[in-house]
Design a protein around this ligand. Structure first.
Ligand code: NI
Length: 167
């Protein structure tokens, strides 16, 4: 197991589009384990492979309070979306920034599990938000891109300042 470095916005590698996993094998499962370990250590509730500079369609997530309900999505595809909801989001690639984003309230996602078996999941609430946030990452999108250009440039300035101060 290994902790993986998390790319920090506005790193251009966060805008790469992830490829589908062609075969779920031991290498995929090792990536999943390392991503889960990285997410729990951060700590965070979701992580897309894009964020650790691996451009494959793999997501890990755990929204439980007890951190014992790991969800793994390999090659996730949103099948249906409905409703609309606005909620505050954060991201391990955009530390310290929390902003309201409008998204679908309910989603249906189809993906493969770690054994390569397909499953379908219907989600609402925080899980639905998380699935949309993480699948966005796989398309090369960071949540702040849902905000106005003015807000985005303020966020970039703030992050730059934060990084200067921690050096
Ligand atoms: Ni994120």
């Amino acid at each position: 197991m290994a902790l993986l470095p998390i790319l920090q916005y506005p790193d251009p590698r966060l805008h790469k589009v992830a490829r589908a996993v062609t075969q779920v094998n031991d290498e995929t499962r090792r990536l999943v384990r390392d991503m889960a370990e990285t997410m729990y250590a951060a700590p965070g509730i979701g992580l897309a492979a894009t964020q650790v500079d691996v451009h494959l369609r793999v997501i890990v997530m755990d929204i439980s309070e007890t951190h014992d309900d790991l969800k793994v999505f390999i090659n996730p595809e949103l099948q249906a979306q409905s409703g609309e909801e606005e909620g505050e989001e954060g991201c391990l690639s955009v530390p310290g920034i929390y902003e309201k984003v409008r998204r679908a309230a309910r989603v249906t996602v189809r993906a493969l599990n770690q054994q390569g078996e397909p499953f379908t999941l219907q989600a609402d609430g925080l899980l639905a938000v998380c699935i949309q946030h993480e699948t966005d990452h796989l398309q090369g999108h960071v949540f702040v891109e849902h905000l106005s250009h003015l807000k985005q440039s303020r966020i970039r300035a703030k992050l730059k300042k934060q990084r200067r101060e921690t050096l």
